[in-house]
Every structure is written in structure tokens, then in C-alpha cells.
Design a protein around this ligand. Structure first.
Ligand SMILES: [Zn+2]
Length: 447
């Protein structure tokens, strides 16, 4: 444990205060997957926190498609009997309550030539990701395996909890998919397992969910809006302390700081919903901005819209890991990247700064033309992310301070105090293509 800060002036970012927020979300509430009571409770708690800070705040609802797991069990039937722990991907496929039984095929490769009529009716054991998902899954659709067991790629790591994807399933095939640890994968293959039973009963539903939004209105340039965001939802069964109670906590603490200090420009703080389901909260937000803007411009070509005035999104996703490295991914003009680099050197914070797509809520905003900076604290090999190990015990107030203080200084200079907005509101052509490519690859529509 690192020594605590002795005294922190109330006007600046406190890692301790941010850490309290993490405890509330990840320990008191715990796992908060979209469509559950816990998710709604988190949103209400964030709203109450915004209100306690005397911020103008609201809940913005939208519909989303999600799933839940009703039953799961993975059993070896031959040549011995055993039960293997697994995590079900709720938006893959579903078995009936009795499950499916099938001969086992250990598939080393997702290459088309290896996916043949052999897979039909069998349970596939595999690892990794296919290089070309579209082709691999088109092939799987053709031959319809009974189920898929995906082995984690790292020893001593828990199996990941992932949602799967409704678009993907609709487009290809609804194969029930489960994930097992690396060790269990080795055990299964080594023991020459011949047949297994897989029970993975999942249920799909459309839910009403929400982003939680709060605002500090700018004193001199209220029309200029900077979005500061972090998602509060998790995957199933995972407390999501780092991903992303950590980012939500930093966002809340920044809201407290700037409520005290004030800002020339409008700061809009958003706790995004449904990030883990495919960036749905930020996508909805970006889509509404774009649609309202288009409608306004249809009526008056000269109109300057809220979208035009939204000049930056600062997004926080995955934070607080005591052991870790810092990264900033920028989508926007070169001077924005330069500013992040300069500030990191000035503050003595080691950041890996790059111009790249980060798979999180800044990207849908950049897809509609808003530059974004995504800050994250990366833990080695992403070991904790999306697994039950993503707990508060690996995090620390000191690590939260690294990004908190950096974000605070960035926002103070350029948003709260700058005489003129220093960054062009533009996304370079090359990055636009990368963003499109990202959405296409993920099987998601652009906002
Ligand atoms: Zn996340």
C-alpha cells in the first residue's frame, strides 16, 4: 500500500475521493450489466451524486438489445466424467435446458480449409480469434457446429465474460459459445476428451437503459461544449472496478473539481450506459447530435448546431490499476496530439500517446466529427479486464491521481481558462477511414 496524500486542497483532484466512488460502484453495487436492476441502481446513484454536487443533471434513456444467462453447465461425458467451469456469452446462441451433446473437435485454426463438414453437430474447442471473422463465421454457419468452447490465451487467468454480439449472431449463426480457462483448455485437449454436454440457456431482450448527463455551463463561451465521459456498465458477473468504475470515478471527481472552480466553456459530464454491449450509450448520444444537427441544417443551411459546437470528447475507460502503464489515444488534429504529448512531459507523466482508435465511447463521437482523447491505465496483457478478477483490490488512489491530475490540468488550461479554443474541430481523412473500418470490423453501424 502506498502512503496516502497527507493533505489535498479541496480544489484539486483527489485520488482518495475518486477511490470512494469506485468502492460504491464496484463493491457496494458490484456487477452492473445492462438491463439489470444493478445497472439502473448505478445510474440512479450517479445521478444522485451529480445532484449532490449541485450540477444540472438528467437521465437520457434509450433502447438497447441485451441478454442474460438462465442456465450453464459444461460436462465431459467421455472418456471420463467431469464438470468444467465456464462463462457463457449471452449474445451468442442458446441451447435448450437439456443442452447439446456432441463429439469434440479440437480446431487449431479458423482458416476456411480447416472448417469443413467435420464440424457439423460437434462441439468445437478452439482458442484465439479468427483473422477474418466474416469468412470464418460464414464457414461455421455452413456446417453448424453444436457449440463452441473458447480457451483463454493466458495461463492463471480467469475466463473472460463477454456479451457476444446480436448483429453478429443474426448475420451468421447462433452457436452457443462458452469460455474456459487456459488450464482447463489444456486439460480437455490433453486428456483426449471425446464427447461433452453443453448447457447454455440464454435469453434475449430489448431493454430501456440510460446515459447519465450533468453540466457545468460555461461562463464566457457557454455554447462551446466539451464532453467528459466514462461508462458505468459492466459485462455479466464482473464487478468492473477498473473497467470502468475507475473511469466513472475520475469523471465524477473532475465534475466536483470544476463545479467548485467554474469554466469558461460548458463541460458536459456523461456516464455512458451499455458500452460493453457495443458502445451503445455513446453511439446513441452521437447519433442524436448528428440527427438534430442535420434537421436544423435542413431548415436553415447556416445554422450552427450543438454538434458543430461540441469541440472535444475526453473519454476515460479502464483506470486505477496500481500496476500499469498510461496511454492516450487521440482522434483529431495534430495539434491536439501535440498538446497531450507536451502536457504529459510537463507533468512528468509517462504516457504512450498515439493517433488511433480506442475501442470505447470517444470513438462514436469522433465518427460524427468530434475530436476525442481517450485516456486509459493499461494493466499488463489486459489480464483483469472482463474477468471476475477485475476487482478493487488491484487498484489504488495513486494510480487514479495520475490520470485525474493530468485530465484536470488539460481541462483547466484549454476548457476552463483558454481565451480561444486552441484545437481545430476536425478529424483527418486517414482517421475517418480507420473509424469506419473499426465499426465495420465490429459489425456495428456508424452513429
Ligand atoms: Zn470499458
Amino acid at each position: 500500500m502506498l502512503p496516502l496524500q497527507v493533505e489535498e486542497p479541496i480544489l484539486s483532484f483527489s485520488g482518495e475521493k475518486a477511490f470512494e466512488y469506485i468502492k460504491k460502484l464496484a463493491v457496494d453495487i458490484g456487477s452492473r450489466p445492462s438491463g439489470t436492476d444493478a445497472e439502473r441502481k448505478s445510474a440512479e446513484w450517479i445521478l444522485s451524486e451529480f445532484k449532490r454536487l449541485r450540477l444540472d443533471s438528467r437521465i437520457e434513456e434509450f433502447d438497447a438489445f441485451t441478454g442474460s444467462v438462465k442456465a450453464k453447465r459444461l460436462e465431459v461425458l467421455e472418456p471420463y466424467r467431469a464438470e468444467i467451469p465456464c462463462e457463457v456469452m449471452p449474445l451468442s446462441g442458446s441451447t435448450d435446458p437439456n443442452g447439446v451433446t456432441g463429439g469434440i473437435l479440437h480446431l487449431d485454426s479458423y482458416d476456411e480449409e480447416y472448417i469443413t463438414a467435420d464440424v457439423e453437430g460437434r462441439i468445437i474447442i478452439t482458442s484465439g480469434q479468427p483473422a477474418n471473422r466474416d469468412r470464418a463465421f460464414a464457414q461455421l454457419k455452413k456446417y453448424r457446429p453444436a457449440g463452441m468452447i473458447i480457451i483463454e490465451s493466458t495461463p492463471r487467468a480467469m475466463a473472460k465474460n463477454l456479451w457476444g454480439s446480436p448483429t453478429f449472431r443474426k448475420k451468421y449463426v447462433d452457436i452457443p459459445m462458452v469460455r474456459v480457462t487456459f488450464e482447463d483448455g489444456v486439460k480437455l485437449v490433453k486428456s483426449g476428451v471425446k464427447s461433452m454436454r453443453l448447457i447454455a440457456v440464454t435469453e434475449e431482450k430489448t431493454i430501456r437503459t440510460q446515459n447519465v448527463v450533468a453540466e457545468i455551463r460555461g461562463t464566457l463561451r457557454p455554447e462551446e461544449i466539451i464532453v467528459v465521459g466514462g461508462h458505468y456498465d459492466t459485462v455479466l458477473e464482473v464487478s468492473g472496478a477498473g473497467d470502468n468504475a475507475g473511469g466513472t470515478a475520475i469523471m465524477l471527481e473532475l465534475a466536483r473539481v470544476f463545479k467548485e472552480r467554474g469554466s469558461k466553456r460548458t463541460m458536459r459530464f456523461v456516464a455512458w450506459g451499455c458500452e460493453e454491449l457495443g458502445l451503445l450509450g455513446s453511439r446513441e448520444y452521437a447519433k442524436r447530435l448528428r440527427e438534430t444537427s442535420e434537421a436544423a441544417k435542413k431548415a436553415d443551411e447556416e445554422a450552427t448546431t450543438e454538434l458543430d459546437n461540441t469541440v472535444l470528447c475526453l473519454n476515460l475507460d479502464v483506470h486505477g490499476g496500481l500496476i500499469g502503464t498510461n496511454s492516450a489515444k487521440v482522434l483529431g488534429p495534430p495539434e491536439l496530439t501535440a498538446a497531450v504529448k507536451l502536457l504529459s512531459k510537463e507533468k512528468g507523466v509517462v504516457f504512450s500517446v498515439s493517433e488511433a482508435v480506442y475501442s470505447s465511447d470517444g470513438t462514436p463521437l469522433s465518427a460524427v466529427g468530434v475530436p476525442s482523447v481517450s485516456l486509459s491505465r493499461d494493466t499488463p496483457s489486459n489480464l483483469l479486464m472482463h474477468s471476475r478478477e477485475d476487482e478493487e483490490k488491484w487498484l489504488s488512489p495513486e494510480a487514479l491521481r495520475i490520470h485525474g491530475v493530468f485530465a484536470e490540468e488539460f481541462l483547466r488550461r484549454y476548457v476552463a481558462e483558454a481565451a480561444a479554443w486552441p484545437f481545430e474541430r476536425t478529424i483527418p481523412e486517414k482517421q475517418k477511414k480507420e473509424i469506419e473500418e473499426y465499426f465495420k470490423k465490429a459489425g456495428r453501424k456508424l452513429p
